[in-house]
Design a protein around this ligand. Structure first.
Ligand code: C5P
Length: 294
């Protein structure tokens, strides 16, 4: 009898940073962060299928690597090594999250692979073991093991889940510029004494559920740095702001800029305007709870 290979589909959602403060530079070269990450319903899809051995990766996006340089591939390889799994996996990645956007696409794909392989190969690893592997792959990967909304500390790998009951609507503008995270952190001057933003004010606003309060407290310490490096980002930020959302912010190290809106309708209206301006790709998204493998 021929055994059917096991298959699994995993959704890998994007994130936006609602708040990001840099507390300082660490001895390991990374930066100590306090950031609030929000999963949104813009998703990549990973089709996973067990094969006899090795790792095979295909992707709908021609510009990204399909070998050991891809974080999803690295995640599969790490999982194989850590669990001593002899079998292999074929992964097809349907990419919808824009690349180099600060939306966490690569990190989310990697977390999706870890969660997916745990199910596909019936390894039964607990969340702590998955988080440990995730942290080895990248600073944002542990967040995606949880998904939803979370306060992340350390270099991003210490994840404290938050409960957000309201639906917020965001319009995201991706100017088709690929920003390298390390270049933004490198240009950040941490030595200067600036008044540090307190995340607790932001967390209070978030739990109030009022988009106007949340919008007025959106903050990203990397924003000015990225806008300085890529002046076109300042232009699109100003444009997005001119349509009057509750707040506007660069996500992560960019290049995507988003606006928080009062309603879905408002977000759709701003999307139409932005598309008419031809400044890039535009998405309307809402916060989602954590995605599960199906
Ligand atoms: O951890 P990850 O590989 O995603 O980080 C990419 C780059 O971003 C790092 O090489 C580092 O330059 C920068 N980074 C940082 N501090 C963090 C997270 C990332 O300096 N907390």
């Amino acid at each position: 009898m021929v055994k059917e290979p096991r298959r699994l589909t995993v959704f890998a959602p994007a994130k936006i940073n609602l708040f990001l403060e840099v507390l300082g530079k660490r001895p390991d070269g990374y930066h100590e962060l306090e950031t609030v990450m929000q999963e949104v319903d813009l998703r990549d899809t990973l089709e996973m299928e067990e094969i006899e051995g090795g790792i095979e990766l295909t992707c709908t996006e021609p510009s990204i690597p399909k070998d050991e340089n891809n974080l999803a591939w690295k995640a599969a390889s790490l999982f194989q090594r850590k669990t001593g799994m002899g079998g292999g996996v074929r992964i097809h990645l349907e990419k919808r999250i824009p690349v180099g956007a600060g939306l966490g696409g690569g990190s989310s794909d990697a977390a999706g692979v870890l969660k997916g392989l745990n199910t596909l190969w019936e390894r039964g690893l607990d969340q702590r073991e998955l988080l440990e592997m995730a942290a080895q792959l990248g600073s944002d990967v542990p967040f995606f093991i949880y998904g939803g909304t979370a306060l992340c500390k350390g270099r991003g790998e210490l994840v404290y889940p938050l409960s957000v009951k309201n639906n917020f609507f965001y319009v995201i503008l991706y100017p088709e510029i690929i920003v390298t995270t390390s270049s933004v952190y490198k240009a950040l001057k941490t030595g200067l004494t600036k008044s540090r933003k307190d995340v607790n004010f932001f967390l209070n606003a978030l739990s109030s559920g009022d988009p106007e309060s949340v919008g007025s407290l959106l903050f990203n310490r990397l924003e000015e740095v990225a806008l300085g490096l890529y002046p076109v980002l300042r232009k699109i930020r100003t444009l997005l702001e001119s349509y009057g959302p509750c707040g506007v912010l660069l996500s992560g190290s960019g290049s995507a800029v988003y606006g928080l809106c009062n309603t879905k309708r408002e977000a759709e209206g701003i999307k139409e305007n932005l598309e008419r301006q031809g400044m890039g790709k535009v998405y309307v998204v809402t916060n989602s709870a954590s995605c599960k493998a199906v």
